[in-house]
Design a binder for this molecule. Structure first.
Ligand SMILES: Cc1cc2nc3c(=O)[nH]c(=O)nc-3n(C[C@H](O)[C@H](O)[C@H](O)COP(=O)(O)OP(=O)(O)OC[C@H]3O[C@@H](n4cnc5c(N)ncnc54)[C@H](O)[C@@H]3O)c2cc1C
Length: 415
């Protein structure tokens, strides 16, 4: 279908939700442009791996051309696996087992996913354009303004700029996110060392949350093994698109209280790594080895926040998706999935309105009415889980770290 000229969508942010919506609308022949603040597509390490659940996978299936969806599955880790909750010595408290179905849960490399989501959008993603505001007016109805003084006309504007959204204060004036007391220092280490996996066989397909005795501290790790090498899979299914390296790795995160972060540590990768090294000393030797072998330039600090339910949407033809609306702590792995779900839902509503000749404002309002309940259900769950698992609730913490591990065998002996 060729792009129609009387209706156009401007999206701010080429992250997971922005690119997913752009794919959906492009497939339906709608004129769409994405404006991204970063100066280029791969200037930042893109957050390691992400677990896609059935909502995230369904959104990708609905939005992407078939070969690109197959590419996401082909390069992903094997389906299934476990999430283990352990004490600080990696003794099991309890385990969740994921369904062994490729369309239910799938771990994918985030950089690879982003490259897949960018494929085929040539000329539609504009880098180095930081959105600052939306005005009424211009030939299409709205004007999206950028920090460099330039502007773009569009019928509909969608804010998808993540947690630090610049448009939120204008479009959802009552919904600034709230800080939580917790933060995470994320790192990445090679999975293979001298030809052997650094993760023992017993944990090969497991994500592990190792909970410290002391409330407010835990360590998470999981390995990412590429199914098919991105280079081969891209050349088969998306020739010409950028294929990331495909080296298997372990992603880890030290979870700590914000007030334990030394002042000025933000943006100082070495200082952040030192905090992670110091605070992982009481954990299992495997945990300490992961921190010791980290790739320094992949260190990231994430200050956990929770979105607040919007009650007023200030501009009828402008809306928002993803972390910009409903950022959540990373417990339960729903942030990216909910963002992708938003994109497919909004895409569906807009395409349906265009097809039936019905009101775009109503389509957007319908999206908002459906999105807010499921997204804030996920936010509430993530906040509750964080509270329980990091010791905000004393009794569950005691059961997790002192009672349940005594009932289980030692999973990884301390060599
Ligand atoms: C280490 C890590 C692991 C995670 N694992 C999981 C997981 O397993 N499962 C899961 O569901 N979620 C996970 N998440 C959360 C998930 O990554 C986010 O919820 C998701 O990326 C949100 O998507 P988004 O489209 O809202 O925003 P983002 O993907 O954050 O994209 C926002 C984009 O907007 C751009 N931008 C910012 N400001 C502007 C501006 N003013 N103008 C234009 N562009 C702008 C940014 O540069 C960025 O490219 C993880 C997060 C991290 C950090």
């Amino acid at each position: 279908m060729s792009a129609s000229t009387d209706f156009s969508v401007a999206i701010t942010g080429a992250g997971l939700s922005g690119l997913c919506l752009a794919q959906y609308l492009t497939r339906a022949g709608i004129d769409v442009h994405v404006y991204e603040r970063d100066p280029g597509p791969f200037v930042r390490r893109q957050g390691y791996r992400i677990i896609l659940d059935r909502y995230g996978l369904a959104a990708l299936r609905e939005s992407l051309p078939r070969p690109l969806y197959r590419l996401a599955l082909a390069t992903g880790d094997e389906p299934g696996g476990h999430l283990r909750f352990t004490d600080r010595r990696l003794r099991d408290a309890f385990t969740i087992t994921f369904k062994d179905d490729p369309h239910e849960t799938r771990q994918v490399d985030r950089l690879t996913l982003r490259s897949i989501l960018q494929s085929g959008l040539d000329g539609r993603i504009h880098y180095g354009r930081a959105a600052v505001a939306v005005d009424n007016g211009g030939p299409a109805g709205l004007r999206l303004r950028f920090s460099d003084g330039s502007a773009a006309a569009a019928t509909v504007v969608v804010g998808a700029e993540g947690v630090g959204s610049a448009l939120r204060a204008q479009l959802m004036p009552d919904a600034d996110p709230a800080d939580t007391p917790m933060a995470g220092i994320y790192g990445r280490s090679p999975l293979w060392r001298d030809g052997a996996s650094v993760i023992p066989d017993a944990l090969r397909t497991s994500g592990v949350l190792s909970i410290a005795d002391r409330p407010g501290s835990a360590f998470f790790f999981t390995s990412m093994r590429f199914g098919e090498s991105p280079r081969e899979a891209f050349s088969r299914l998306a020739p010409g698109s950028y294929a990331p390296t495909g080296d298997d790795y372990v992603m880890w995160a030290l979870l700590l209280r914000r007030d334990e972060l030394p002042p000025g540590v933000r943006g100082d990768l070495r200082a952040l790594w030192h905090v992670a090294a110091r605070m992982s000393i009481d954990f299992h030797p495997l945990v300490r080895r992961l921190v010791d072998t980290a790739e320094l330039d992949a260190t990231v600090l994430n200050l956990f926040a929770t979105g607040r339910r919007p009650h007023r949407w200030a501009v009828p033809r402008a809306t928002m998706m993803g972390d910009a609306v409903h950022v959540m702590p990373p417990f339960g792995a729903h942030g990216g999935n909910t963002a992708l779900r938003d994109a497919a839902l909004l895409g569906h509503r807009l395409v349906e309105a265009r097809r039936n000749g019905t009101s775009v404002e109503e389509a957007i309002a319908g999206y908002q009415d459906e999105m807010v309940p499921y997204a804030f259900h996920a936010v509430d769950n993530a906040a509750r889980l964080m509270h329980r698992l990091t010791g905000g609730a004393a009794a569950p913490h005691w059961v997790l770290t002192r009672v349940l591990p005594r009932l289980h065998r030692v999973t990884v002996p301390e060599a």
